[in-house]
Design a protein around this ligand. Structure first.
Ligand SMILES: O=C(O)CNC(=O)[C@H](CS)NC(=O)CCC(=O)C(=O)O
Length: 256
């Protein structure tokens, strides 16, 4: 599932493409996932995207797997390829998805993945200051609030949500993160059946800092990747923050 973002000015159209978490592959076991991971610098998948970004002069945000430095582990990593094709930023998922739902699925991300250890400070792009988080990170508002405090105007959550948790939580979580941080939220999502063990909920979404759903894809895999478009407007971020100032009571609760 693909997702795109467009910004237009009088003489210039700048675009960025947002792809889901684990866009390189979704494996059916920890062992298979470990065997498929490639270093970012030599991964044909990543090199191909870098070359496309360079040709199209378009930034690409994409989730991939990479081998961890130590041991037989992976990192669940998100990279920002700039419009010159360089890997400009890299973030690894902080919160690992270990769940055991009675009616399924059971997933233990920590069996193969080593958690990241830092929040990447938001970085300037044609779409304002972008903050990177991944999928299950969506359930931890501390991370997005920290990015907001550090100046983010857009936060991405590339995802591969499960169907039951997606039905129950996906849209309210995304809208809550956008409303409480007053940032754009972009969540490109895997969709459909990957293998015997994995199905993803889909419903890629872009949400405004006011909480409005600007673009949404459905939860069905039609055999071809789909694109949704929205426009980024930096002045809307300023407007929402000016109209509804969120002054925190950090004398009462901790600042994150
Ligand atoms: O496994 C891979 O290769 C890629 N990683 C994922 O798909 C991850 C870990 S299993 N999925 C999630 O975090 C879903 C979160 C979710 O569904 C929720 O928070 O409800």
């Amino acid at each position: 599932m693909r997702f795109s973002l467009r910004r237009e000015s009088q003489h210039l159209v700048r675009q960025a493409l947002f792809l889901p978490e684990a866009s390189d592959y979704i494996a059916s076991s920890a062992t298979e996932s470990l065997s498929l991971a490639q270093p970012v610098s030599t991964s044909p998948f990543v090199l191909g995207l870098q070359s496309q970004a360079r040709k199209a002069r378009m930034a690409i945000n994409v989730g991939i797997h990479e081998p961890a430095e130590r041991g037989a582990r992976l990192k669940n990593t998100l990279i920002w390829i700039d419009d010159q094709g360089n890997i400009a930023q890299k973030y690894s998922k902080l919160h690992l998805f270990d769940v055991d739902l009675k009616d399924g699925p059971r997933l233990k991300e920590s069996e193969s993945v080593e958690a990241g250890s830092f929040i990447l400070p938001p970085f300037p792009t044609a779409l304002g200051n972008v903050g990177l988080l991944i999928c299950f990170d969506l359930r931890f508002p501390e991370a997005s609030l920290s990015l907001r405090r550090q100046g983010a105007s857009l936060i991405t959550y590339p995802s591969a949500f499960t169907v039951p948790t997606g039905k129950a939580h996906w849209s309210p979580l995304l809208r809550s993160r956008a409303i409480e941080t007053q940032t754009y939220v972009v969540a490109a999502a895997q969709v459909g059946q990957h293998n015997d063990k994995r199905v993803s909920y889909g419903h890629s979404m872009a949400i405004s800092p006011w909480g409005e759903v600007l673009a949404e894809l459905d939860g069905t895999w039609g055999g071809e990747p789909e694109l949704a478009f929205f426009d980024f407007d930096a002045s809307l971020v300023e407007k929402v923050r000016r109209e509804v100032p969120l002054l925190r009571r950090t004398d009462v609760y901790p600042q994150v």
